[in-house]
Design a protein around this ligand. Structure first.
Ligand code: FE
Ligand code: FE
Ligand code: ZN
Length: 277
């Protein structure tokens, strides 16, 4: 099982890997830069090698880069669209320089212009920046549908992938809180939801799971994460997701509202729940 949480890399990537090890994780997710924007921190000499060594020594699964929340590829305001372009370009370069091949992003918000317009803006920026020569896979995260978010249905993700020039560079990251909030019943019909995902984008494109419980639940479109077993999904649904043959070998990342120690307790809770029957 590859399981970890979202960690800060502000003190360095090797330090983040050490923290992961200390909480019983064998992967982690990190922001490529301050989540609200700004530039990415310069890498220190030797930092990448230290990270790679730690990952090998502790048998890590794939780690996951997450774009800042302020990245909106569907932006209509020129300044925001320019930030999106530059961030996507710089982040892809940064991720290529790390032992990391997965870059997750929120597709974008159409801010009142409608889904069709949002999808064309998103694919336009991808086609401008993504060359096809990257070794990184760009993951489109499944969204809850709050506000004017694009990507709350598998069909919308498929339309984005259909519109890009290099679809082989794209995959999907399934966020359990988001899909439940957007109306996919992964608690009572996980197989049905995965069948639909397979029909729309193909299960082979699914590369990572954000493992979160949900405060408000099915169809709420709220996007409020709860601790594992503390929300409307519950621990049993979490265990079923982690045991599912189509999902069990993917990397799982906690984005629950806890600090590193709290995530460590959740990792123990999950290991125990999976170990018992
Ligand atoms: Fe996210
Ligand atoms: Fe997420
Ligand atoms: Zn969320």
């Amino acid at each position: 099982m590859v399981l970890g949480s979202h960690l800060s890399v502000a003190k360095g990537y090797p330090q983040a890997a050490q923290t992961a090890v200390s909480i019983g994780a064998n992967t982690f997710q990190f922001f490529t830069r301050n989540p609200r924007g700004g530039r990415a921190r310069a890498l220190r000499e030797g930092e990448v090698d230290q990270l790679r060594n730690l990952m090998e020594a502790h048998d890590f699964g794939p780690i996951l880069a997450h774009a800042p929340y302020t990245l909106n590829l569907a932006a209509t305001v020129e300044k925001t669209a320019l930030f999106a372009r530059n961030t996507l370009r710089e982040d892809l370069e940064r991720v290529e320089s790390l032992p990391c091949s997965l870059y997750n992003l929120h597709p974008g918000s159409h801010v009142g212009e409608g889904t069709d317009a949002g999808i064309s803006r998103i694919t336009e920026i991808f086609n401008e920046i993504v060359t096809g020569r990257e070794t990184t896979t760009i993951l489109l995260e499944t969204m809850s549908g709050k506000g004017s978010e694009v990507g709350a249905t598998f069909g919308e993700l498929r339309r984005i992938i259909d519109g890009v020039a290099h679809p082989e560079r794209f995959g999907v990251c399934l966020d359990t809180c988001h899909v439940y909030d957007s109306g996919y019943d992964i608690k009572n019909d996980l197989d049905g939801v995965l069948d639909e995902l397979d029909r729309e984008v193909g299960l082979k494109r699914l590369k990572a799971i954000h493992l979160n419980d949900s405060v408000y639940g099915l169809g709420s479109r709220k996007d409020r994460h709860a601790g594992i077993g503390e929300g409307t999904l519950g621990l049993e649904a979490m265990v079923n997701i982690m045991r599912h043959p189509a999902l069990k070998d993917l990397p799982f990342f906690l984005e629950t509202p806890y600090d590193d120690l709290g995530h460590g307790r959740e990792i123990s809770l999950i290991r125990e729940a999976l170990g018992h029957g």
